[in-house]
Ligand binder design. Structure first.
Ligand SMILES: C[S@@+](CC[C@H](N)C(=O)[O-])C[C@H]1O[C@@H](n2cnc3c(N)ncnc32)[C@H](O)[C@@H]1O
Length: 392
């Protein structure tokens, strides 16, 4: 007879999650580290991997709240607060909590004997843009946002038919957005890539501010793989589009994605918007519209990458703000008088948002007509900021 009982599956899961959390230093996104860990530990089955991954994510969803708790306790607290249904792991360690698995967050907090502290969970709360409720925003990190797709013009019915045929539950939001369960294998269920784009709901809504007109010249100057460019094109296919980014590799992705989307009429170029020789590299020097989807902290998307809350440093906010100002100063001279600037971030920080608007007005000759947060945190989406201005 063994002296010690063998470890249960649940104890194994918690120990493995603890090992992963201890070994993670924030240098790479968490999903990369998890992938590397599971590759180095191939004996784990897919069910084990999925559950361990969930435990690690739920731990990071607590942000920096109750950081002094022993790691194992904190992992279990993450499970209790993030899960909505009873489960065997929680039953094994905390049957009293498992019994209340479907209770509201406030009830769970009171049962566990804790109070949610927004500033402790998210030490950057003092930097939040106007209108963002710190309590609701920080609590939103406990839930993974939805997977959103944008159906392309004329394709919504076709997409809906395929989702229904595959038995995938979805929710239609507005004209063209569909919220799908996370992990939906869109590439298998929706094989026709030109019918839809994977794009967050708030990101889709920035498009309401583009208002391109036929014949205009537009520059998507931080295009990455072209999410905003495809949206712009769908709003008005008869524009002249230049898509640029500092990263050559991401522009290769853009070309592939444009080809899949059936978008041919555009030009693309690698451009560093901080370069003093930008003007000499520009294929054109006057645009009717510029989309400046600036490099930013990404703090409005941390519900998808909750590990960022634990590793981000407050000093980085000023670094991003300085880069955004530099880029704004360099690109706005390429707007024709009356031309439209759409400044976008996926940040929740004032320095990257309202302060950038003040800078555009003060230093860049842009009259900002409308600006504000596109809140995603109460509807399972990212939170973004958009400002629309005209060149004087
Ligand atoms: C927020 S992302 C853009 C996302 C994209 N517009 C979309 O809709 O998917 C910001 C982009 O700015 C680019 N970037 C950062 N620094 C830059 C610079 N100095 N010049 C040009 N692009 C830059 C990054 O490579 C990144 O792709």
């Amino acid at each position: 007879m063994p002296i010690f009982a063998p470890m249960t599956r649940w104890e194994n899961y918690i120990n493995t999650a603890e090992k992963i959390i201890k070994g993670y230093n924030g240098a790479l996104p968490l999903h990369h580290s998890l992938k590397a860990f599971f590759k180095a530990n191939p004996h784990m089955g897919s069910r084990d991997r999925k559950r361990i991954q969930q435990l690690v994510y739920q731990y990071f969803r607590l942000g920096r709240w109750q950081a002094a708790l022993p790691l194992k306790e904190r992992i279990l607290l993450g499970v209790f607060l993030c899960e909505h249904a009873p489960d065997d792991l929680l039953q094994f360690f905390r049957p009293d909590w498992n019994e209340r698995a479907t209770a509201s967050l406030e009830e769970k907090l009171s049962l566990a004997g804790f109070t949610w502290d927004a500033r402790e969970a998210f030490p950057f709360a003092a930097h939040l843009s106007e209108g963002i409720d710190a309590g609701t925003f920080t609590r939103s990190h406990l839930q993974q946002p939805h997977l959103f797709i944008r159906t392309r013009p004329g394709k919504k019915q076709g997409v809906v038919r395929l989702l229904e045929a595959a038995g995938i539950p979805f929710e239609a939001v507005g004209e063209s957005a569909l919220a799908l369960p996370n992990g939906t294998k869109t590439e298998i269920i929706l094989p026709e890539k030109s019918w839809y784009e994977i794009q967050d709901l708030s990101s889709q809504e920035t498009g309401l501010r583009f208002q391109p007109e036929a014949g205009e010249h537009w520059w998507d100057c931080c295009a990455a793989s072209g999410g905003k460019s495809i949206l712009l094109h769908d709003l008005q296919p008869k524009i002249h589009l230049l898509a640029s980014d500092v990263r050559a590799s991401i522009l290769e992705n853009l070309k592939k994605r444009f080809a899949e989307a059936g978008l041919k009429n555009y030009s693309s170029k690698v451009l560093d918007l901080t370069s003093p020789s930008l003007r000499s590299e520009m294929p054109r020097t006057r645009f009717s519209g510029i989309i400046l989807d600036a490099p930013c902290s990404g703090s409005g998307t941390w519900g998808r990458t909750p590990e960022s809350i634990s590793f981000f440093k407050a000093g980085q906010i000023a670094e991003y703000a300085a880069l955004q100002k530099k880029i704004a100063r360099n690109v706005t001279p390429f707007l024709e008088p009356g031309g439209r600037l759409v400044y976008i971030t996926c940040s929740v920080f004032r320095e990257e948002n309202e302060d950038a608007v003040a800078f555009l007005q003060r230093e860049c000759g842009v009259e900002v007509e409308e600006s504000g947060v596109i809140g995603g945190y109460e509807r399972g989406a990212d939170t973004m900021f958009v400002a629309v201005g005209r060149k004087k």
